[in-house]
Design a binder for this molecule. Structure first.
Ligand code: ADP
Ligand code: GLC
Length: 487
Protein backbone atom coordinates (compact mmCIF):
# COMPACT_ATOMS: atom_id res chain seq x y z
CA UNK A 1 0.00 0.00 0.00
CA UNK A 2 1.00 3.62 -0.46
CA UNK A 3 0.45 5.49 2.77
CA UNK A 4 0.83 9.20 3.51
CA UNK A 5 1.24 10.30 7.13
CA UNK A 6 0.29 13.95 7.64
CA UNK A 7 1.17 15.24 11.10
CA UNK A 8 2.30 18.25 13.09
CA UNK A 9 5.16 16.45 14.88
CA UNK A 10 7.62 13.68 14.09
CA UNK A 11 10.66 12.51 15.97
CA UNK A 12 13.57 13.22 15.36
CA UNK A 13 12.58 16.40 13.50
CA UNK A 14 10.22 18.07 15.92
CA UNK A 15 8.63 16.90 19.16
CA UNK A 16 6.59 18.19 22.06
CA UNK A 17 5.17 14.83 23.17
CA UNK A 18 4.31 11.27 22.32
CA UNK A 19 2.63 12.15 19.01
CA UNK A 20 6.12 12.73 17.62
CA UNK A 21 7.33 9.35 18.86
CA UNK A 22 4.43 7.60 17.15
CA UNK A 23 4.73 9.45 13.83
CA UNK A 24 8.49 8.81 13.94
CA UNK A 25 8.18 5.08 14.60
CA UNK A 26 4.99 3.68 13.07
CA UNK A 27 5.99 4.44 9.44
CA UNK A 28 9.20 2.46 9.99
CA UNK A 29 7.23 -0.54 11.23
CA UNK A 30 4.78 -0.26 8.32
CA UNK A 31 7.67 -0.08 5.90
CA UNK A 32 9.04 -3.30 7.38
CA UNK A 33 5.68 -4.88 6.53
CA UNK A 34 6.33 -3.94 2.91
CA UNK A 35 4.41 -0.67 2.51
CA UNK A 36 5.56 2.62 1.05
CA UNK A 37 5.10 5.36 3.63
CA UNK A 38 5.83 9.05 3.31
CA UNK A 39 5.53 11.71 6.01
CA UNK A 40 4.50 15.35 5.57
CA UNK A 41 5.34 17.96 8.24
CA UNK A 42 5.38 21.75 8.51
CA UNK A 43 8.83 23.28 8.22
CA UNK A 44 9.11 24.91 11.65
CA UNK A 45 11.96 27.17 12.60
CA UNK A 46 13.24 24.58 15.07
CA UNK A 47 13.67 22.04 12.23
CA UNK A 48 15.61 24.55 10.20
CA UNK A 49 17.87 25.28 13.13
CA UNK A 50 18.84 21.61 13.38
CA UNK A 51 20.89 21.92 10.20
CA UNK A 52 19.69 18.62 8.83
CA UNK A 53 20.27 17.62 5.27
CA UNK A 54 17.06 18.88 3.69
CA UNK A 55 16.79 19.45 -0.06
CA UNK A 56 14.50 21.70 -2.06
CA UNK A 57 11.68 19.69 -3.65
CA UNK A 58 9.18 22.20 -5.08
CA UNK A 59 10.46 25.75 -5.35
CA UNK A 60 6.90 26.96 -5.20
CA UNK A 61 3.49 25.40 -4.81
CA UNK A 62 0.17 27.23 -5.04
CA UNK A 63 -2.42 26.32 -2.44
CA UNK A 64 -5.98 27.57 -2.74
CA UNK A 65 -7.80 28.07 0.51
CA UNK A 66 -11.41 29.26 0.81
CA UNK A 67 -12.64 32.77 0.07
CA UNK A 68 -10.47 32.94 -3.05
CA UNK A 69 -7.21 33.11 -1.09
CA UNK A 70 -4.17 31.52 -2.68
CA UNK A 71 -0.89 31.05 -0.83
CA UNK A 72 2.42 30.25 -2.41
CA UNK A 73 4.64 27.99 -0.32
CA UNK A 74 7.64 25.76 -1.01
CA UNK A 75 8.33 22.11 -0.29
CA UNK A 76 11.53 20.54 0.99
CA UNK A 77 12.45 16.91 1.34
CA UNK A 78 14.75 14.61 3.24
CA UNK A 79 15.11 10.86 3.53
CA UNK A 80 15.53 9.23 6.95
CA UNK A 81 18.12 6.57 7.87
CA UNK A 82 15.34 4.05 7.43
CA UNK A 83 14.76 5.30 3.92
CA UNK A 84 11.46 7.04 4.54
CA UNK A 85 10.81 10.21 2.54
CA UNK A 86 9.80 13.20 4.67
CA UNK A 87 8.38 16.33 3.02
CA UNK A 88 8.23 19.72 4.67
CA UNK A 89 5.72 22.43 3.81
CA UNK A 90 7.66 25.67 3.98
CA UNK A 91 5.51 28.68 4.67
CA UNK A 92 7.28 31.05 7.00
CA UNK A 93 4.34 33.29 7.69
CA UNK A 94 2.80 30.41 9.66
CA UNK A 95 5.68 28.21 10.74
CA UNK A 96 8.82 30.29 11.24
CA UNK A 97 8.11 30.83 14.93
CA UNK A 98 9.76 29.72 18.14
CA UNK A 99 6.91 27.46 19.31
CA UNK A 100 4.84 24.85 17.52
CA UNK A 101 1.46 25.76 18.94
CA UNK A 102 2.21 28.30 21.69
CA UNK A 103 4.25 31.42 22.20
CA UNK A 104 6.94 31.61 24.87
CA UNK A 105 4.31 32.46 27.52
CA UNK A 106 2.52 29.20 26.73
CA UNK A 107 -0.41 30.96 25.00
CA UNK A 108 -1.95 29.39 21.90
CA UNK A 109 -1.05 31.27 18.72
CA UNK A 110 -4.17 33.20 17.74
CA UNK A 111 -4.04 31.91 14.16
CA UNK A 112 -3.57 28.20 14.97
CA UNK A 113 -6.76 27.22 13.17
CA UNK A 114 -5.63 28.99 10.00
CA UNK A 115 -2.11 27.58 10.30
CA UNK A 116 -3.20 23.97 10.48
CA UNK A 117 -6.07 24.27 8.01
CA UNK A 118 -3.46 25.58 5.59
CA UNK A 119 -0.99 22.81 6.45
CA UNK A 120 -3.68 20.13 5.97
CA UNK A 121 -4.76 21.60 2.67
CA UNK A 122 -1.17 22.12 1.44
CA UNK A 123 -0.23 18.52 2.27
CA UNK A 124 -2.97 17.25 0.00
CA UNK A 125 -1.90 19.68 -2.71
CA UNK A 126 1.59 18.21 -2.44
CA UNK A 127 0.29 14.64 -2.82
CA UNK A 128 -1.58 15.79 -5.89
CA UNK A 129 1.27 17.77 -7.44
CA UNK A 130 3.82 15.02 -6.89
CA UNK A 131 1.33 12.47 -8.24
CA UNK A 132 1.69 10.22 -5.19
CA UNK A 133 -1.77 8.56 -5.41
CA UNK A 134 -2.01 7.24 -1.84
CA UNK A 135 -4.13 4.24 -0.90
CA UNK A 136 -4.34 5.57 2.65
CA UNK A 137 -3.99 9.04 4.11
CA UNK A 138 -3.32 8.89 7.84
CA UNK A 139 -3.99 12.10 9.80
CA UNK A 140 -3.19 12.73 13.47
CA UNK A 141 -5.02 14.78 16.10
CA UNK A 142 -6.89 18.04 15.52
CA UNK A 143 -4.04 19.69 13.65
CA UNK A 144 -4.43 17.47 10.60
CA UNK A 145 -8.03 16.30 11.14
CA UNK A 146 -9.14 18.80 8.42
CA UNK A 147 -7.29 16.58 5.93
CA UNK A 148 -10.13 14.04 6.22
CA UNK A 149 -12.71 16.73 5.49
CA UNK A 150 -10.78 18.19 2.53
CA UNK A 151 -10.39 14.73 0.97
CA UNK A 152 -14.13 14.16 1.07
CA UNK A 153 -15.46 17.63 0.29
CA UNK A 154 -13.11 19.21 -2.23
CA UNK A 155 -12.82 18.36 -5.90
CA UNK A 156 -9.60 16.48 -6.63
CA UNK A 157 -9.90 15.97 -10.39
CA UNK A 158 -8.25 12.80 -11.58
CA UNK A 159 -5.55 12.94 -8.90
CA UNK A 160 -6.84 9.96 -6.93
CA UNK A 161 -6.82 11.91 -3.65
CA UNK A 162 -10.56 11.40 -3.22
CA UNK A 163 -10.11 7.65 -3.74
CA UNK A 164 -7.77 7.36 -0.78
CA UNK A 165 -9.06 5.89 2.48
CA UNK A 166 -8.62 8.30 5.38
CA UNK A 167 -7.64 7.30 8.91
CA UNK A 168 -7.66 9.74 11.79
CA UNK A 169 -5.77 8.80 14.94
CA UNK A 170 -6.77 10.60 18.11
CA UNK A 171 -3.77 10.86 20.38
CA UNK A 172 -5.48 13.19 22.80
CA UNK A 173 -9.15 14.17 22.75
CA UNK A 174 -8.45 16.91 25.28
CA UNK A 175 -7.23 19.05 22.38
CA UNK A 176 -9.83 19.42 19.65
CA UNK A 177 -8.81 22.52 17.72
CA UNK A 178 -11.82 24.62 18.75
CA UNK A 179 -11.46 28.16 17.42
CA UNK A 180 -13.60 31.19 16.52
CA UNK A 181 -15.74 30.57 13.48
CA UNK A 182 -14.24 33.42 11.47
CA UNK A 183 -11.57 31.02 10.20
CA UNK A 184 -14.20 28.85 8.56
CA UNK A 185 -14.45 30.72 5.25
CA UNK A 186 -10.69 30.86 4.94
CA UNK A 187 -10.45 27.12 5.64
CA UNK A 188 -12.76 26.66 2.69
CA UNK A 189 -15.50 24.33 3.86
CA UNK A 190 -19.13 24.66 2.84
CA UNK A 191 -21.72 26.49 4.90
CA UNK A 192 -23.73 23.31 4.81
CA UNK A 193 -21.05 21.56 6.92
CA UNK A 194 -21.15 24.14 9.68
CA UNK A 195 -23.46 21.86 11.67
CA UNK A 196 -23.18 20.54 15.19
CA UNK A 197 -22.38 17.00 14.04
CA UNK A 198 -19.57 18.14 11.72
CA UNK A 199 -17.70 21.42 12.28
CA UNK A 200 -19.86 23.56 14.57
CA UNK A 201 -19.24 23.57 18.32
CA UNK A 202 -21.17 26.18 20.31
CA UNK A 203 -20.76 28.66 17.49
CA UNK A 204 -17.07 27.89 16.99
CA UNK A 205 -15.28 25.45 14.69
CA UNK A 206 -14.11 22.10 15.97
CA UNK A 207 -11.56 20.48 13.67
CA UNK A 208 -11.34 17.17 15.49
CA UNK A 209 -15.09 16.67 15.38
CA UNK A 210 -15.14 17.27 11.62
CA UNK A 211 -12.25 14.83 11.20
CA UNK A 212 -14.20 12.19 13.11
CA UNK A 213 -17.19 12.78 10.86
CA UNK A 214 -15.33 12.64 7.59
CA UNK A 215 -12.64 10.00 8.16
CA UNK A 216 -13.24 6.45 7.00
CA UNK A 217 -11.76 5.15 10.22
CA UNK A 218 -10.96 6.70 13.57
CA UNK A 219 -8.45 5.11 15.89
CA UNK A 220 -7.12 6.03 19.28
CA UNK A 221 -4.01 4.86 21.02
CA UNK A 222 -5.19 2.26 23.55
CA UNK A 223 -8.24 0.01 23.96
CA UNK A 224 -9.08 1.38 27.42
CA UNK A 225 -8.97 4.99 26.20
CA UNK A 226 -11.27 3.97 23.32
CA UNK A 227 -13.76 2.71 25.92
CA UNK A 228 -13.35 5.79 28.12
CA UNK A 229 -14.01 8.09 25.18
CA UNK A 230 -17.03 6.07 24.07
CA UNK A 231 -18.65 5.98 27.50
CA UNK A 232 -18.19 9.73 27.78
CA UNK A 233 -16.02 9.67 30.90
CA UNK A 234 -13.01 11.04 28.98
CA UNK A 235 -14.42 12.29 25.70
CA UNK A 236 -14.59 16.05 26.30
CA UNK A 237 -18.01 16.06 24.67
CA UNK A 238 -17.25 13.95 21.61
CA UNK A 239 -18.65 10.59 22.81
CA UNK A 240 -21.84 10.82 20.68
CA UNK A 241 -19.83 11.37 17.50
CA UNK A 242 -17.44 8.54 18.30
CA UNK A 243 -20.36 6.25 19.05
CA UNK A 244 -21.80 7.16 15.63
CA UNK A 245 -18.72 5.65 14.02
CA UNK A 246 -19.64 2.19 15.41
CA UNK A 247 -17.06 -0.39 14.23
CA UNK A 248 -15.13 2.43 12.55
CA UNK A 249 -13.64 3.51 15.88
CA UNK A 250 -11.06 1.31 17.61
CA UNK A 251 -8.20 1.56 20.09
CA UNK A 252 -4.80 0.27 19.04
CA UNK A 253 -2.12 0.34 21.68
CA UNK A 254 0.96 2.32 20.67
CA UNK A 255 4.24 0.53 20.38
CA UNK A 256 7.58 1.96 21.40
CA UNK A 257 10.79 2.28 19.46
CA UNK A 258 13.29 0.02 21.20
CA UNK A 259 16.06 1.19 18.88
CA UNK A 260 15.88 4.48 20.85
CA UNK A 261 14.60 3.28 24.24
CA UNK A 262 16.40 0.15 25.42
CA UNK A 263 19.06 0.11 28.18
CA UNK A 264 20.89 -2.68 26.35
CA UNK A 265 21.89 -0.29 23.56
CA UNK A 266 20.96 3.24 24.67
CA UNK A 267 23.79 5.57 23.66
CA UNK A 268 22.51 8.39 25.86
CA UNK A 269 23.03 6.69 29.24
CA UNK A 270 26.30 6.32 31.17
CA UNK A 271 26.17 2.51 31.42
CA UNK A 272 24.15 -0.09 29.56
CA UNK A 273 22.30 -2.93 31.28
CA UNK A 274 20.06 -5.94 30.59
CA UNK A 275 17.72 -8.09 32.71
CA UNK A 276 20.59 -10.56 33.17
CA UNK A 277 23.23 -7.95 33.96
CA UNK A 278 21.85 -5.11 35.99
CA UNK A 279 25.05 -3.47 37.38
CA UNK A 280 24.81 -0.66 34.84
CA UNK A 281 21.52 0.51 36.36
CA UNK A 282 23.32 1.44 39.57
CA UNK A 283 25.87 3.44 37.57
CA UNK A 284 22.98 5.28 35.92
CA UNK A 285 21.37 5.95 39.28
CA UNK A 286 24.59 7.38 40.69
CA UNK A 287 24.96 9.62 37.68
CA UNK A 288 21.34 10.72 37.98
CA UNK A 289 21.79 11.52 41.66
CA UNK A 290 24.89 13.52 40.87
CA UNK A 291 23.19 15.48 38.12
CA UNK A 292 20.14 16.23 40.23
CA UNK A 293 22.06 17.03 43.44
CA UNK A 294 20.62 14.04 45.31
CA UNK A 295 22.35 12.54 48.31
CA UNK A 296 24.09 9.35 47.21
CA UNK A 297 25.63 8.32 50.53
CA UNK A 298 22.84 5.81 51.27
CA UNK A 299 20.84 3.28 49.28
CA UNK A 300 17.76 5.39 48.69
CA UNK A 301 15.54 4.68 45.66
CA UNK A 302 14.72 7.40 43.16
CA UNK A 303 11.26 8.26 41.89
CA UNK A 304 11.39 9.82 38.40
CA UNK A 305 9.08 12.17 36.50
CA UNK A 306 9.38 13.08 32.81
CA UNK A 307 6.35 14.96 31.63
CA UNK A 308 4.67 17.87 30.00
CA UNK A 309 3.27 19.91 32.86
CA UNK A 310 -0.34 19.85 31.66
CA UNK A 311 -3.56 19.36 33.55
CA UNK A 312 -3.92 15.92 31.97
CA UNK A 313 -0.86 14.62 33.79
CA UNK A 314 -2.12 15.07 37.37
CA UNK A 315 1.19 16.51 38.55
CA UNK A 316 -0.61 19.25 40.47
CA UNK A 317 -1.91 16.49 42.76
CA UNK A 318 1.56 14.96 42.94
CA UNK A 319 2.85 18.39 43.95
CA UNK A 320 0.41 18.27 46.86
CA UNK A 321 1.86 14.93 48.01
CA UNK A 322 5.56 15.19 47.32
CA UNK A 323 6.71 17.08 50.42
CA UNK A 324 4.87 14.64 52.68
CA UNK A 325 6.44 11.77 50.74
CA UNK A 326 9.96 13.17 51.06
CA UNK A 327 9.50 13.98 54.73
CA UNK A 328 8.30 10.55 55.71
CA UNK A 329 9.82 8.03 53.29
CA UNK A 330 13.28 7.00 52.24
CA UNK A 331 12.98 8.07 48.62
CA UNK A 332 14.32 10.83 46.37
CA UNK A 333 12.65 12.50 43.40
CA UNK A 334 14.08 13.60 40.05
CA UNK A 335 11.72 15.72 37.99
CA UNK A 336 12.04 16.78 34.34
CA UNK A 337 9.30 18.77 32.66
CA UNK A 338 7.93 22.02 31.37
CA UNK A 339 4.61 23.67 30.67
CA UNK A 340 2.24 25.06 33.28
CA UNK A 341 3.88 28.13 34.85
CA UNK A 342 2.79 27.36 38.43
CA UNK A 343 4.10 23.83 38.31
CA UNK A 344 7.35 25.02 36.74
CA UNK A 345 7.72 27.45 39.61
CA UNK A 346 6.87 24.87 42.27
CA UNK A 347 9.13 22.11 40.97
CA UNK A 348 12.07 24.46 40.46
CA UNK A 349 11.65 25.64 44.04
CA UNK A 350 11.23 22.15 45.59
CA UNK A 351 14.95 21.24 45.66
CA UNK A 352 15.67 24.36 47.72
CA UNK A 353 13.39 23.19 50.52
CA UNK A 354 14.29 19.50 50.14
CA UNK A 355 18.04 19.64 49.52
CA UNK A 356 19.57 16.28 48.65
CA UNK A 357 16.11 14.71 48.37
CA UNK A 358 14.58 16.49 45.38
CA UNK A 359 16.12 17.58 42.10
CA UNK A 360 14.48 19.13 39.08
CA UNK A 361 15.22 20.31 35.57
CA UNK A 362 12.68 22.63 34.03
CA UNK A 363 12.75 22.40 30.25
CA UNK A 364 12.82 19.88 27.49
CA UNK A 365 15.86 17.63 27.37
CA UNK A 366 15.95 14.21 25.72
CA UNK A 367 19.30 13.16 27.23
CA UNK A 368 18.00 13.81 30.73
CA UNK A 369 14.77 11.97 29.93
CA UNK A 370 16.87 8.89 29.11
CA UNK A 371 18.95 9.30 32.26
CA UNK A 372 15.83 9.49 34.43
CA UNK A 373 14.35 6.40 32.82
CA UNK A 374 17.58 4.49 33.32
CA UNK A 375 18.61 5.75 36.75
CA UNK A 376 15.28 5.80 38.60
CA UNK A 377 13.78 2.91 40.53
CA UNK A 378 10.19 4.06 40.13
CA UNK A 379 8.44 6.35 37.66
CA UNK A 380 5.23 8.17 38.47
CA UNK A 381 2.36 9.08 36.09
CA UNK A 382 -0.70 10.10 38.10
CA UNK A 383 -2.58 11.09 34.94
CA UNK A 384 -6.18 12.34 35.03
CA UNK A 385 -6.40 10.70 31.63
CA UNK A 386 -3.75 9.11 29.45
CA UNK A 387 -4.62 8.05 25.89
CA UNK A 388 -1.60 5.76 25.81
CA UNK A 389 1.43 7.16 27.55
CA UNK A 390 4.86 6.14 26.36
CA UNK A 391 7.02 6.95 29.34
CA UNK A 392 5.60 4.14 31.46
CA UNK A 393 6.37 1.74 28.60
CA UNK A 394 9.93 3.06 28.37
CA UNK A 395 10.17 2.71 32.15
CA UNK A 396 9.22 -0.97 31.96
CA UNK A 397 12.10 -1.66 29.58
CA UNK A 398 14.54 0.12 31.93
CA UNK A 399 13.35 -1.87 34.97
CA UNK A 400 11.97 1.36 36.45
CA UNK A 401 8.65 0.30 37.93
CA UNK A 402 5.74 2.60 37.01
CA UNK A 403 3.36 3.99 39.62
CA UNK A 404 0.29 4.99 37.62
CA UNK A 405 -3.33 5.88 37.77
CA UNK A 406 -5.43 3.08 36.36
CA UNK A 407 -6.62 4.85 33.22
CA UNK A 408 -6.22 4.69 29.42
CA UNK A 409 -3.00 3.21 28.18
CA UNK A 410 -1.56 3.15 31.70
CA UNK A 411 -4.22 0.58 32.60
CA UNK A 412 -3.38 -1.43 29.48
CA UNK A 413 0.38 -1.57 29.89
CA UNK A 414 1.11 -1.85 33.62
CA UNK A 415 0.29 -5.06 35.52
CA UNK A 416 -0.65 -4.56 39.16
CA UNK A 417 1.84 -5.85 41.72
CA UNK A 418 0.71 -8.93 43.63
CA UNK A 419 2.19 -8.72 47.09
CA UNK A 420 1.73 -12.46 47.70
CA UNK A 421 3.59 -13.69 44.64
CA UNK A 422 5.73 -10.79 43.43
CA UNK A 423 3.99 -10.92 40.05
CA UNK A 424 3.23 -7.69 38.18
CA UNK A 425 5.17 -4.79 36.73
CA UNK A 426 4.06 -1.73 38.70
CA UNK A 427 1.67 -0.07 41.11
CA UNK A 428 -1.76 1.17 40.02
CA UNK A 429 -4.33 3.30 41.81
CA UNK A 430 -7.83 4.26 40.72
CA UNK A 431 -8.72 7.47 42.44
CA UNK A 432 -6.59 10.58 41.86
CA UNK A 433 -5.87 12.18 45.22
CA UNK A 434 -2.96 13.26 47.38
CA UNK A 435 -3.61 10.29 49.64
CA UNK A 436 -3.67 7.68 46.93
CA UNK A 437 -0.43 9.03 45.47
CA UNK A 438 1.11 9.01 48.95
CA UNK A 439 -0.08 5.45 49.60
CA UNK A 440 1.03 4.09 46.23
CA UNK A 441 4.51 5.59 46.50
CA UNK A 442 4.61 4.18 50.05
CA UNK A 443 3.69 0.76 48.70
CA UNK A 444 6.44 0.94 46.10
CA UNK A 445 9.07 2.17 48.57
CA UNK A 446 8.17 -0.51 51.14
CA UNK A 447 8.49 -3.12 48.39
CA UNK A 448 11.97 -1.78 47.64
CA UNK A 449 13.16 -2.17 51.22
CA UNK A 450 11.02 -5.01 52.61
CA UNK A 451 10.51 -7.32 49.65
CA UNK A 452 13.63 -6.92 47.52
CA UNK A 453 13.13 -10.35 45.93
CA UNK A 454 9.74 -9.14 44.62
CA UNK A 455 11.29 -5.96 43.29
CA UNK A 456 13.86 -8.02 41.43
CA UNK A 457 11.21 -10.29 39.98
CA UNK A 458 9.02 -7.37 38.90
CA UNK A 459 11.96 -5.67 37.23
CA UNK A 460 12.72 -8.78 35.26
CA UNK A 461 9.10 -9.20 34.23
CA UNK A 462 8.88 -5.53 33.24
CA UNK A 463 12.10 -5.54 31.24
CA UNK A 464 11.14 -8.59 29.20
CA UNK A 465 7.69 -7.33 28.15
CA UNK A 466 7.43 -6.60 24.46
CA UNK A 467 5.67 -3.44 23.30
CA UNK A 468 7.50 -3.11 19.99
CA UNK A 469 5.69 -1.57 17.03
CA UNK A 470 5.46 -4.73 14.94
CA UNK A 471 2.24 -5.91 16.64
CA UNK A 472 0.53 -2.50 16.47
CA UNK A 473 1.67 -1.92 12.89
CA UNK A 474 -0.03 -5.18 11.89
CA UNK A 475 -3.25 -3.94 13.48
CA UNK A 476 -3.04 -0.69 11.49
CA UNK A 477 -2.34 -2.71 8.37
CA UNK A 478 -5.48 -4.77 8.94
CA UNK A 479 -7.53 -1.63 9.39
CA UNK A 480 -6.15 -0.05 6.22
CA UNK A 481 -6.97 -3.18 4.23
CA UNK A 482 -10.39 -3.42 5.77
CA UNK A 483 -11.43 0.15 4.92
CA UNK A 484 -9.99 -0.12 1.43
CA UNK A 485 -12.22 -3.13 0.94
CA UNK A 486 -15.25 -1.19 2.15
CA UNK A 487 -14.45 1.97 0.19
P1 ADP B 1 2.37 13.04 26.01
O1 ADP B 1 2.44 12.79 24.56
O2 ADP B 1 0.98 13.20 26.51
O3 ADP B 1 3.24 14.15 26.45
P2 ADP B 1 3.68 10.43 26.27
O4 ADP B 1 4.04 9.65 27.49
O5 ADP B 1 2.96 9.71 25.22
O6 ADP B 1 2.89 11.73 26.76
O7 ADP B 1 4.98 10.95 25.55
C1 ADP B 1 5.82 11.91 26.07
C2 ADP B 1 7.09 11.90 25.27
O8 ADP B 1 7.69 13.18 25.40
C3 ADP B 1 8.10 10.91 25.77
O9 ADP B 1 8.92 10.48 24.71
C4 ADP B 1 8.89 11.73 26.78
O10 ADP B 1 10.16 11.22 27.00
C5 ADP B 1 8.92 13.08 26.12
N1 ADP B 1 9.00 14.21 27.03
C6 ADP B 1 7.99 14.82 27.70
N2 ADP B 1 8.45 15.86 28.41
C7 ADP B 1 9.77 15.92 28.20
C8 ADP B 1 10.82 16.80 28.64
N3 ADP B 1 10.58 17.79 29.46
N4 ADP B 1 12.07 16.56 28.18
C9 ADP B 1 12.31 15.53 27.34
N5 ADP B 1 11.39 14.68 26.90
C10 ADP B 1 10.13 14.87 27.31
C1 GLC C 1 -0.74 12.02 23.34
C2 GLC C 1 -1.17 11.38 24.65
C3 GLC C 1 -0.31 10.25 25.09
C4 GLC C 1 0.04 9.33 23.93
C5 GLC C 1 0.66 10.15 22.80
C6 GLC C 1 1.04 9.30 21.60
O1 GLC C 1 0.10 13.08 23.48
O2 GLC C 1 -1.29 12.33 25.67
O3 GLC C 1 -0.96 9.51 26.10
O4 GLC C 1 0.97 8.35 24.35
O5 GLC C 1 -0.25 11.11 22.37
O6 GLC C 1 -0.05 8.61 21.05
Amino acid sequence: MKIAFIASECDPFVKTGGLADVVGALPKALKELGHEVIIILPLYDSIRKKNLHIDPFFGSMGVWMGAGVEHWCAVKKTVTHDNIAVYFIEYDHYFARTGLYNDSSNNDYADNAARFAFFSRASLQLLMDMNFKPDVIHAHDWQTAPVCAYVKTWGWGGSGIDKAATVLTIHNIGYQGVYPADVYKYAGFSEWDFRSDIFEDHGRVNFLKAGIHYSDMVTTVSPTYARETLDGSQSYGLAPYLNNKKERYVGILNGVDYSAWDPANDKLIPAKFTPEKMDGKRVCRNELKKKFGLDSSKDVPVLGVVSRFADQKGLDVFAGAVERILNSMLVHVAILGAGDANLEKYFSWLPSIMPGKAGSYIGYNNDIAHLIEAGSDFFIMPSRYEPCGLNQIYSLRYGTLPIVRNTGGLADTVIQYNEKTGAGTGFKFDYLSVDSIYDSVGWAVSTYFDRPEHLKKMRKTAMTQDFSWTRSAKEYEMIYLDILKKA
